[in-house]
Write a protein that binds this ligand. Structure first.
Ligand code: 13P
Ligand code: ZN
Length: 270
């Protein structure tokens, strides 16, 4: 087996991508995931030679220069990624001047990183500024959350409160709430900038009528965050058209936050 595939975090990255496909979140080439590798992982597992240089569409933040990431291929199918990682993912190093991706492994047959590379680079930089341990940026199309953005008012506070009220774990897992963007054209610098702005104080940002971005220190954490928002959205969808008799009120939400020593998004609870 190739050395890079023996790296435990790459193994985990591939199995989570496979799992996302199985959940129905990542049809065809839908979704993209990037993961910063630790220095010791780069030294132990990443081939030293640069196979190819790929220009980046924006200049990467100084925080990312010299860093190495695993990132999914544009047009790559999630359902094939675990079986054919050399085709569907690339291991890239950001050049010292931030203008190029130096390809060390993968993207066979002339592949390139995701079209959402703007959002990935900008969100990594935004998260690293507030949390130097952040390693993951994950974009996916979870079915219920996406459906919900067709059905509710696109208001960040209202959506957060509604998701928190569905189940006790919501406020525990995302006390800062969810960021929410209106529909915007994907694969652009503009949506990347808007997502990264929200990522300064949210780990999860919903793209209306498209999907979601999540982040985290580990791939389990980023996946778990999106999974929890998606579960709450699924409950909301199941409630539609029914009279809601019970849900968690502000007192309950405050009690949960106090019990778990969490600070809910300021100004959301009365
Ligand atoms: P890529 O195939 O370029 O990663 O695009 C998929 C996607 O989800 C766009 O938002
Ligand atoms: Zn998408």
């Amino acid at each position: 087996m190739e050395k890079i595939l023996e790296c435990l975090s790459i193994e985990k990255y591939l199995s989570i991508i496979d799992n996302m496909y199985r959940l129905g979140w990542d049809e065809r080439n839908g979704g993209n995931v990037s993961m910063l590798l630790l220095k010791e992982e780069v030294e132990a597992y990443v081939p030293k030679a640069v196979i190819r240089e790929i220009p980046l569409p924006i200049v990467a933040d100084p925080l990312l220069r010299g860093k190495t990431l695993a990132i999914t291929r544009t047009g790559g199918y999630f359902r094939n990624t675990k079986a054919h990682p050399e085709h569907n993912i690339g291991i890239i190093e950001i050049s010292p001047d931030g203008t190029k991706a130096l390809l060390h492994w993968g993207f066979e047959d002339d592949g390139c990183f995701t079209s959402e590379v703007y959002a990935h680079l900008l969100c990594h930089a935004a998260r690293l500024k507030v949390n130097p341990n952040n390693r993951i940026v994950m974009h996916t199309h979870p079915t219920n959350l996406l459906a919900l953005t067709h059905l509710v008012k696109l208001d960040e506070k209202e959506l957060t409160l509604a998701l928190w009220r569905t189940m006790t774990e919501s406020i525990v897992v995302f006390p800062e709430g969810v960021g929410l963007l209106p529909w915007m054209l994907c694969g652009t610098n503009e949506i990347g900038q808007a997502t990264a702005e929200k990522m300064a104080d949210h780990r999860v940002v919903v793209w209306s009528l498209h999907g979601v971005y999540g982040s985290g220190d580990t791939i389990d954490e980023a996946f778990g965050l999106i999974e929890t928002v998606e579960k709450a959205a699924e409950i909301m969808i199941k409630e539609l058209g029914h009279e809601i008799i019970n849900d968690i009120d502000d007192e309950g939400l405050k009690a949960i936050a106090a019990h778990f020593k969490l600070t809910p998004h300021p100004g959301y609870l009365k």
